[in-house]
Write a protein of this length. Sequence first.
Length: 312
Amino acid sequence: MIRLEARTIERLLEHLDRGFEEAVERILASKGQLIVTGVGKARLVGAKLSATFASTGTPSIALHPTEALHGDLGRIRSDDVVLAISNSGETEEVKSLLPHVRRIGACILAMTGNPSSSLGRLADVVLNIGQVDEACPLGLAPTASTSAMMALGDALAMVVLSARGFSREDYARYHPGGALGRRFLRVDEVMRKGEELPLASPTETVRQVLLTMSRTKGRPGAALVVDADRRLLGIFTDGDLRRLLESGELEALEATISEFMTTSPKKVAPEALLDDAERILREFKKDQIPVVDDTGRAVGLLDVQDLLDTRA
């Protein structure tokens, strides 16, 4: 049964034609939203596809055709695109809805296994899934056909996403919650700044810098060494201090910080994604990373503890 469904999806390639391209163009050109409708299992597929479109830059809602015929038709506007899904193309509720959609003036896309069906004839554009043998032993329950609908709908959504130039940052905007949302936080949403950002002059002693680190709110494990214009010159971390103490050169505490700071540290931009910053920390085995703007000015510090706090 799994092989049958896999073959069904693979055969979709045989049915890709100008209709798919035109469906992409109609969705991209629409100034309204994508409304997805269907009945039964097709409605559930449609709800998932609508959610995928909405989360990837195309405003979309799922609309039950029966509810539409009892008032929810008011959700549809002339600049919308309506995607109607029916394997047979003869689902009564969908057929009853589409003439009203036509009068409103919205574009109609049909996803069906029968382009010559009533649904196919009522549509402006047809997405053909082809004739499908269901995986159900009785040949009745929608199985392979819904897999084909889902695959074709996902393909449509991903091509539209690409054509819009939808970025990881755009995706982050629509997924702020949970573990997924955490991956797409920006560095400047988490970094230490203001009174939490320890800054030091290159002429200060190691002892003075340690006091700055200790007195800074949150007691960060590093200090950023900057010039008079706040451009980053280097970083001094708890690890640097440990190595200094292990050397036994306690008189170094009175030496200038510029002698012991790391002068070419890894750094990130404030608009970088937290996920990318964490990858750098992990790859280079660092606990802190400076945050600098495009002029080289130090604007923040990202500590590994800040990453752990986002998981709480």
